[in-house]
Write a protein of this length. Structure first.
Length: 198
């Protein structure tokens, strides 16, 4: 069993998909507009196994599409159709030199009136690299900061098409490849006693 492990929490997720995804709805084509992904609440986290050079993480996230919501509202759609989507992203991958993280995963959405979970597919492909924030320090300094509970962020390459979205049949059934911009932030998970304020 590995002796060099770090249990961590995801303390922030601030991601934008800026490409427009065309959605077919009741015979009309509606542009999604920018899509924003953030944490939906507590409970996101994972583990880095430094001995094995691996990382696993679960992001409990909320997906919002304000321009699409506005367009559907203008078309008289029921409010439940354009409410935010809850999605759990389960990812795993490698810890590379410089403490770059290379994560790939799958997003699973919960019940939603517009996006049928049984037909909506979200695959996140591994990046060429995902860099720690400039100024985060060397690999050892990043490890030390994480262990001390200091948040460290990793940034997406906004030019790399990493996400494959397959829409349900009712929305056209098409598959789109889009880029991510933004970052996620990790910090060491506190032991239960510490988390309770002791």
């Amino acid at each position: 069993m590995s002796t060099d492990r770090l249990d961590f929490n995801v303390v922030d997720l601030d991601v934008e998909i800026v490409e427009t995804v065309p959605i077919k709805w009741q015979g009309r084509e509606v542009d999604s507009g920018p899509i924003h992904i953030s944490l939906s609440g507590p409970g996101s986290g994972g583990v880095i196994d430094y001995d094995a050079g691996t990382v696993e993480v679960e992001f409990r996230s909320k997906v919002e599409f304000p321009e699409l919501a506005e367009a559907l509202e203008d078309l008289g759609a029921d409010e439940a159709l354009y409410e935010p989507v809850d999605m759990v992203i389960r990812s795993k991958g490698a810890v590379l030199d410089g403490h770059y993280l290379r994560l790939a995963g799958v997003g699973a959405i919960t019940a939603h009136r517009l996006f049928d979970p049984s037909q909506t597919r979200i695959n996140i492909h591994a990046p060429s690299q995902c860099k720690p924030d400039a100024g985060a320090g060397t690999e050892e300094e990043i490890k030390a900061a994480l262990r001390a509970g200091i948040p460290v962020s990793w940034n997406f390459n906004p030019a790399e098409k990493r996400v494959e979205i397959q829409l349900p049949k009712a929305l056209g059934g098409e598959t789109h490849h889009v880029c991510l911009s933004g970052s996620y932030t990790l910090a060491a998970a506190k032991p239960e006693a510490d988390a309770g304020g002791q």
